[in-house]
Design a binder for this molecule. Structure first.
Ligand code: HEC
Length: 110
């Protein structure tokens, strides 16, 4: 029989690993935010956009700022996402438009 504390333990371990990864990010160049490249707004994007689906779905897209804004609106209107409040909204939009624009500079290769 699993009790509650056994069920919670993996989640807590995961949170600690996340912190460790964030601390190391500068040293090994790997993003603590999965497929999302490090940068201003990466954390906010990960928090808001990897809740329902993999951040890989985000990283595989290449859109203009305007079309990212449309997509976020669609996520709210049709997919039940909570609207992202400022300042996070602008951070997320700037991050997406800079790193995941139509030229797809960070398209995942593996
Ligand atoms: C409340 C849950 C939820 C959140 C939060 C969420 N999404 Fe989604 N998203 C979905 C669902 C559900 C789909 C799949 C819809 C479908 O394919 O019918 C989806 C699909 C997508 C797609 C694929 C669209 C396509 O054309 O195939 C992208 C890109 C995307 N989301 C980006 C984002 C970004 C960026 C954020 C953060 C701003 C975000 N999502 C947050 C629920 C969510």
């Amino acid at each position: 029989m699993m009790n509650l504390s056994m069920m919670l333990r993996p989640a807590i371990a995961g949170a600690f690993m996340m912190t460790a990864a964030a601390a190391q990010a500068g040293e090994n160049g790997e993003s603590p935010f999965g497929a999302l490249v490090p940068g201003e707004g990466a954390e906010e994007t990960y928090v808001h956009c990897a809740a329902c689906h993999s951040e890989m779905l985000v990283a595989q897209q290449g859109l203009t700022r305007e079309r990212w804004a449309d997509l976020i609106e669609w996520m709210v209107d049709e997919q039940g996402m909570n609207p992202i409040e400022e300042p996070d909204y602008t951070l997320v939009l700037d991050y997406l438009a800079e790193h995941y624009n139509t030229d797809r500079p960070n398209f995942p290769r593996n």
